[in-house]
Design a protein around this ligand. Sequence first.
Ligand SMILES: [Zn+2]
Length: 244
Amino acid sequence: MIKTTLFMENFYILDDERVRQFLITGEDKALLIDTGFEDSHVYEAVRQITNLPVEVIMTHGDMDHTGGLSDFGACRLHRADWHLVKDKTIRLEPLSEGDAFQCGGYCLRTIEIPGHTLGSTAFFDEDKGLLLSGDSVQKPGPIYMFGDWRSLDLYIESQKKLLELKDRVKTILPCHHEYPIGPEYIEYNLKDAEALKNGELTGERHPYLPCSSFKGLWTEFYYDKSNTPLQTAEHPAGSRKERL
Ligand SMILES: [Zn+2]
């Protein structure tokens, strides 16, 4: 059951307590960021708010974000995550660094932040200091960093890239766990990820997932040290870096 909250003017948060989506309503269209699990029924929640045409943009391609896509038919998603979308009838359109989406007084600019997935993106509204961080900045996590198509090295690079925005970010809205969180969590997540990479965190085997839980000072990662991300044309450097 999705709970809908009007968080700011024309900006709704849709939350089923597992994963969160964001809906911005404009004059002639609405902009939806992510579509939840298939059984989140995000489409019905959106239609309770607006009957406007909906443009869908995606933070990344994991199934807890793309599960509702079939109800919308099309989305913008970074090419490096296209293979993660199970429903092949969905019209996928590319999403790249700098792509901007205007709706309802908001202007969301796309920032590529590969790591959690190779096609992860954040969306940043500069005027409002609002960062939609997908799964890549979280309090307290866990942030999933195990399995194919993930890269801890790229994640660290992407947190450093987001850190450059820190002084302009006022509010971060992640797709999981606590929200809103402050810009300091970019640096906190980075520090914990670096500690994980440097072997400073102790892992505890997860009871059923193929990974261990590594708790940092602020954030937790689900990670598997033997993880080697598969290579994609969009991020050939990802796998190369990881293997060094
Ligand atoms: Zn997620």
